[in-house]
Design a binder for this molecule. Structure first.
Ligand SMILES: C[S@@+](CC[C@H](N)C(=O)[O-])C[C@H]1O[C@@H](n2cnc3c(N)ncnc32)[C@H](O)[C@@H]1O
Length: 193
C-alpha cells in the first residue's frame, strides 16, 4: 500500500514537472522567438457567449475559423455545438499536433492547420462566415486586412482600432491580463459583409 502511494506521488510530481517544463518552453518561445501571445485557453463563459452569438445571429454559418486555435478546445466546442465545419489555425507546432489528434473525436467537423494565421488567410480561397480571434491587442489589428475573407469577425477581449464594432457583448466573469494591463472579457463583433 505504501509502495503504491509512493508510485502515485512520484507519477504526480513527474506529470507536474513535465507540464511545467512544456509551459516554460512555450512561454519562452512565444516571448523571445515568435514574439506573440502564449496559449491562454478562453474561459467557459467566453465560449458560451460566442456560441450564443453564433447560434442566434449567425445560425446559417457553414464555415467557421478559429484564428490562433491553441490545443483546439474552443474549436471543437464550436464544432460540436453548431452546424458549421470549423478550421483551427495554429502556428505552434506542439499545440497544432495535439489539436490534430484530439480533432479525431469531432469526426471530420474540425480541421486544425499548422500555419501562421495571416499567411493562411492571405492564401486561402475560403470565405469564412464567422472567424473567432483571441489574440493580443497588437496582433488583432492585422485582421482588418481580411474583410474580404471574413463575413463576421468575433474578437475576444481585444478591439480593432478605427473600426466600429457592430456589437460589443459584455461577458463578465474576469479579464485577460496582457503586458500588466487588464482587459475585461468582452466580445467585439464586426460584421464586414
Ligand atoms: C490566447 S490563445 C487562444 C486559444 C484558443 N483560440 C482559445 O480561445 O481557447 C492564442 C493562440 O493563438 C496562437 N497564435 C498567435 N499568433 C498566431 C499566428 N500568427 N498564427 C497562428 N496562431 C497564432 C498562439 O500560439 C495561441 O495558441
Amino acid at each position: 500500500m505504501v509502495e503504491l502511494l509512493v508510485y502515485f506521488f512520484a507519477a504526480v510530481i513527474l506529470y507536474i514537472n513535465v507540464y511545467l517544463l512544456l509551459k516554460f518552453i512555450e512561454y519562452f518561445y512565444c516571448a523571445f522567438i515568435a514574439r506573440q501571445p502564449p496559449n491562454v485557453t478562453s474561459s467557459n463563459a467566453m465560449k458560451q457567449k460566442v456560441l450564443e452569438q453564433i447560434n442566434t445571429c449567425y445560425k446559417n454559418a457553414k464555415n467557421i475559423c478559429d484564428i490562433g486555435s491553441g490545443y483546439g478546445s474552443f474549436t471543437r466546442f464550436i464544432a460540436k455545438n453548431t452546424k458549421a465545419n470549423v478550421i483551427g489555425i495554429e502556428n505552434m507546432a506542439f499545440s497544432a499536433f495535439a489539436a490534430k489528434i484530439l480533432d479525431v473525436f469531432c469526426f471530420g467537423k474540425v480541421k486544425t492547420v499548422k500555419a501562421d494565421a495571416y499567411e493562411f488567410l492571405d492564401k486561402t480561397n475560403i470565405v469564412f462566415d464567422v472567424a473567432i480571434a483571441y489574440l493580443g491587442p497588437r496582433e488583432v489589428q492585422k485582421l482588418k486586412k481580411y474583410k474580404n475573407k471574413i463575413r463576421v469577425l468575433i474578437c475576444l477581449d481585444f478591439e480593432i482600432r478605427n473600426i466600429k464594432p457592430t456589437r460589443i457583448i459584455d461577458v463578465g466573469h474576469g479579464f485577460t491580463t496582457f503586458n500588466h494591463k487588464k482587459y475585461p472579457h468582452k466580445l467585439f463583433i464586426y460584421e464586414f459583409k
